[in-house]
Design a protein around this ligand. Structure first.
Ligand SMILES: Nc1ncnc2c1ncn2[C@@H]1O[C@H](COP(=O)(O)OP(=O)(O)OP(=O)(O)O)[C@@H](O)[C@H]1O
Length: 314
């Protein structure tokens, strides 16, 4: 278990992490989300004792990292894949970590195999691609067979096979009862991998929720009504607008209606004589729900990321 209590990190006037209090529990994958600069890496670095908090605490199994007698046996982390001695082989890198943490060296072959680096174990780590370095970083995190693992953007640089593999690995670690805490910007991946989500923005907690709850809360969950005649669909839109039901045009032949059931929309269309070829529910993606939630917390946004909606006959 990881516990954060009023965790704060200031760089001068700027609070990179601002009074963060939460618990990351065992037996599930907790996704750590937030826009660029939100404070995810800084939080993870404080958990691993690499940065000291300006205020508050980050506790691993109830103790600060610096008080753990064999830290790698309690918590393993991939924070910066390139932070290793480039002249050492992958095996030598892991051996140095094992020896300094009282970890049996027999574990080395096991983790090298787990991450798929057996064929290059004697190669200099400095010659590794980003994806190979990520795999080596994950091997280092798993070396002490820890109950807690933390990965900062683990999918970075991995090929599709690697993405699939790490998804299975994280799910498997959680199923074994471990605490898995992972930051990512890839919402499609998080939707498949995470159970719980912690979302931060500008250093502050925005929400602690489940993937399902976050998706359910999105205004992008809708009923899609598709018909052959725009003018006819406009009748439906007019009535819904009178009822103050949020409705938007996705194209000239499609309306997305929020807050009504498929049955209600079908009945209304029938009543108004509106021809429809399709009425079905459309579930928001985690990406859409996340974008809505963090819209006010984006510090380094690009104007093109939010397309304007089409309107027909309003
Ligand atoms: N050593 C440092 N000195 C000054 N400011 C820092 C330092 N490290 C981080 N920051 C600032 O703290 C804030 C949080 O950075 P952090 O790297 O934790 O964000 P992040 O959520 O991991 O972002 P990203 O998704 O872009 O990796 C940023 O504004 C960053 O510029």
């Amino acid at each position: 278990m990881i516990t954060l209590q009023g965790l704060t990190k200031r760089y001068g006037e700027h609070a990179a992490v601002d009074n963060l209090s939460l618990t990351i529990s065992a037996g599930r994958v907790t996704g750590f989300l937030g826009p660029n600069g939100a404070g995810k890496s800084t939080t993870m670095r404080m958990i691993m004792g690499l940065d000291s908090p300006s205020a508050g605490h980050a506790l691993v199994n109830g103790r600060p990292y610096s008080r753990l007698s064999h830290p790698l046996r309690e918590v393993g982390a991939l924070l910066d894949a390139k932070a290793l001695h480039p002249g050492r082989s992958a095996r030598a890198h892991l051996k140095a970590l094992a020896l300094s943490n009282g970890i049996p060296v027999r574990q080395i072959d096991e983790v090298i195999e787990t991450v798929g680096l057996t064929s290059v174990a004697e190669r200099r780590a400095g010659s590794f691609s980003l994806g190979m370095s990520q795999r080596l970083g994950i091997a280092a995190a798993l070396l002490g067979d820890p109950g807690i693992v933390m990965f900062d953007e683990p999918v970075n640089g991995l090929d599709p096979d690697g993405v699939l593999w790490i998804r299975g690995l994280m799910r498997g670690l959680a199923a074994e009862g471990r605490t898995v805490f992972v930051s990512s910007h890839l919402m499609s991946e998080m939707q498949l991998t995470a159970d719980q989500l912690v979302v931060i923005g500008k250093g502050k907690l925005i929400t602690e929720t489940t993937v399902k709850q976050l998706i359910d809360s999105s205004s992008m969950n809708a009923v899609r009504a598709r018909g052959p005649e725009t003018t006819s669909l406009q009748k439906l839109q007019t009535r819904l607008t009178e009822w103050q039901v949020p409705v938007r045009w996705e194209s000239a032949n499609e309306l997305y209606i929020t807050g009504l059931t498929v049955e209600k929309v079908s009945d209304l269309a029938y009543e108004l004589g509106v021809r429809l070829h399709e009425v079905r529910t459309v579930e928001a993606s985690l990406e859409q729900a996340y974008m809505e939630l963090t819209a006010d917390s984006i510090e380094y946004g690009s104007p093109a990321s939010r397309p304007a909606r089409a309107t027909y006959g309003e």
